[in-house]
Design a protein around this ligand. Structure first.
Ligand code: RB5
Length: 150
């Protein structure tokens, strides 16, 4: 799987751990940084990951800032991107089963020293359930198309 990953300054520590994990698991990682040592604005990073997922240049994205919230707000501006913060294995699993989440947003502040392997593994391996959830996800895509014409 091609996975684009990025963080602002509040997510660099967690990002480094996740990049290492993903490479160890044989995933193709597109690390967009930040490589800056100082503060960086999260929209500048989120757009680099979301653009790739939206265009099909990456299969999934992972974005990390202090809370995961700002990254999700920005990423969801891109067509076809479904981004949300997940905090544990349960939210990661349900985000895949029900929402077909393709951009995982994480809190660098809350998770930087916590075990992360389980959450990432669950999020990568859990399939979308389809069925009634596919109908709901289709409605999101219809809203995107409709709002694009407004
Ligand atoms: C940066 O201070 C902080 O606002 C950012 O990392 C993120 O938490 C925003 O949602």
């Amino acid at each position: 799987m091609r996975i684009a990953i990025g963080s602002d300054h509040r997510g660099t520590k967690l990002r480094a751990r996740i990049v290492e994990l993903l490479r160890r698991w044989g995933q193709e990682v597109i690390d967009v940084g930040t490589q800056e040592s100082g503060p960086i604005d999260y929209p500048d990073v989120a757009q680099q990951v979301a653009r790739r997922v939206s265009a099909g240049d990456a299969d999934r994205g992972i974005l990390i800032c202090g809370t995961g919230l700002g990254m999700a707000i920005v990423a969801n501006k891109y067509p076809g991107v479904r981004a949300a913060p997940c905090h544990d294995e349960l939210t990661a699993e349900l985000s895949r089963r029900h929402n077909d989440l393709n951009v995982l947003c994480l809190s660098g502040d809350m998770l930087k020293d916590s075990p992360i392997d389980g959450l990432i593994k669950v999020w990568l391996s859990t399939p979308f359930e389809g069925g009634r959830h596919a109908r709901r996800v289709r409605k999101i895509a219809e809203l995107e198309r409709h709002n694009g014409r407004m």
